[in-house]
Design a protein around this ligand. Structure first.
Ligand code: NOJ
Length: 446
């Protein structure tokens, strides 16, 4: 065991997202979102759970800010609900929605907690979905206008902006596999959603630059660290294909490297080419200030005779309740990979965490040992990557508290704070104590 000290100025945070914690879905003229619609379709969400109340953060945000302050949290990543600000996605702006976030920003700044704001964490206004949502190019300008409103109104207090959260997830699972809102199963819709999401990101960055706002802007991608199931050269090639269809698909265009050729070909051959218009790739590649990295696990890859040329090999590490492997080495390994691939960008770990469903014991103590153990492993790996020269400046633990885990409803707990869904009490788990200690010491024994 050694003490692993993080660089001076390294920031420690927690992350959440609007639909997963806010509740109050009909309050203060908030518009309907695709998740409000999706959760009402039978069989889409486990146990028929909805985000109608969630953690009731909309009414309890002051308590939540206090909680963060008591843990020593330095920065808080959360998302704005587009439909609170523009109930119909565009058109008339809703002052009451803006006012809620004003109150939240002020409460955070009073406690010296730096906000990091995600503009889009999957809750598209239903009115835009009715026009085709991400499959319709019109959504791009609606997003740019919404982003501008957020920069104008909150730019005096927010200096860290994230355009989109995990576009691979909301495009693929929302449009191709249909397990998330809006629940489509259409490869053409998927192809269009990919390109429009990236274009929306690029337009928001342009608007940010043109407006001369203070601070920094970037995108957050979802990542899995892909590893070969064996040493065969074909397996190494399959790993590269997996990276093309997931990692490079959303990083390549942002970093000016374009879409991977294999992916362009894949969509074209199926008669659903990416709908690229002249000038789009330049817009998408508008330089960003940082890369947001979300990472939870790794996957073993093997070659396959299917349309993408790879498949998952059987897992070898213990499985977490989400069905993926407990792979703490994946964070440092992925950060090294992405750092090399894209010219050592500034990186924020915008999400990393563990699903651990430990319940309170007879004394009300929640000793989430799996989370604590993996957190130690993830951070040790990250420390190694930083020591090797990767420019990682912040780490956000997902999540502050247990919340609505999308299609899994409330059945999966990711919080370092326990949410009692009957009383809505928040109870810090052992991992919260551990995290507070890491923050205090700016490092950990591992
Ligand atoms: C990814 C998503 O951004 C977040 O919404 C989700 O709850 C966590 N990871 C955990 O699965």
């Amino acid at each position: 065991m050694a003490f692993l000290s993080f660089p001076e100025g390294f920031q420690w945070g927690v992350a959440t997202a609007s639909y997963q914690i806010e509740g109050a879905v009909q309050e203060d003229d908030r518009g309907v979102t695709i998740w409000d619609t999706f959760v009402r379709q039978p069989g889409k969400v486990q146990n028929g759970d909805t985000g109608d109340v969630a953690c009731d953060h909309y009414h309890r945000f002051r308590e939540d800010v206090e909680l963060m302050a008591s843990l020593g949290i330095q920065t808080y990543r959360f998302s704005l609900a587009w439909a609170r600000i523009y109930p119909f996605g565009r058109g008339a702006v809703n002052e009451k929605g803006l006012a809620f976030y004003d109150r939240l920003f002020d409460a955070l700044l009073e406690k010296n907690i730096q906000p990091a704001v995600t503009l889009y964490h999957w809750d598209l206004p239903q009115a835009l979905q009715d026009l085709g949502g991400w499959t319709n190019r019109e959504v791009v300008e609606a997003f740019a206008a919404y982003a501008k409103t957020a920069f104008d109104r909150f730019g005096d207090r927010v200096t860290r902006w994230i355009t989109l959260n995990e576009p691979i997830v909301f495009t693929e699972m929302g449009h191709r596999t249909g397990v998330m809102a809006p629940g489509m199963r259409d490869i053409g819709a998927y192809s269009r959603a990919i390109h429009h999401a990236l274009l929306a990101h690029g337009r928001a960055v342009q608007v940010f630059r043109e407006g001369g706002y203070r601070g920094e802007i970037g995108i957050t991608n979802a990542n899995t660290f892909y590893e070969p199931a064996d040493d065969a050269p074909e397996t190494a090639a399959a790993v590269e294909r997996a990276r093309d269809f997931d990692t490079r698909l959303f990083h390549g265009p942002v970093f000016g490297k374009g879409y991977p050729a294999s992916v362009v070909k894949h969509f074209a051959e199926r008669g659903v080419p990416l709908p690229i218009q002249p000038g789009d790739m330049e817009v998408i590649a508008t330089p960003t200030d940082f890369l947001g990295v979300n990472l939870y696990s790794r996957a073993l890859i093997q070659p396959a005779n299917n349309s993408v040329g790879f498949t998952y090999a059987p897992p070898r590490l213990p499985l977490l309740p989400m069905g993926y492997e407990a792979a703490p080495h994946a964070l440092g390994a992925f950060v090294r990979w992405v750092s090399n691939e894209y010219g050592r960008p500034r990186i924020y770990i915008t999400e990393n965490g563990v699903c651990d469903n430990t319940e309170p014991d007879a004394n009300g103590v929640i000793d989430d040992v799996t989370r604590q153990e993996l957190l130690r492993g993830f951070l040790a790996g990250l420390h190694g990557a930083i020591a090797d020269g990767c420019d990682v400046r912040a780490y956000y633990q997902w999540s502050l508290m247990d919340n609505f885990e999308w299609a899994f409803g409330y059945s999966k707990r990711f919080g370092i704070v326990y949410t009692d869904y009957r009383t809505l009490a928040r109870i810090p788990k052992k991992s919260a104590e551990m995290y507070a200690d890491i923050i205090r010491r700016n490092g950990l024994e591992a």
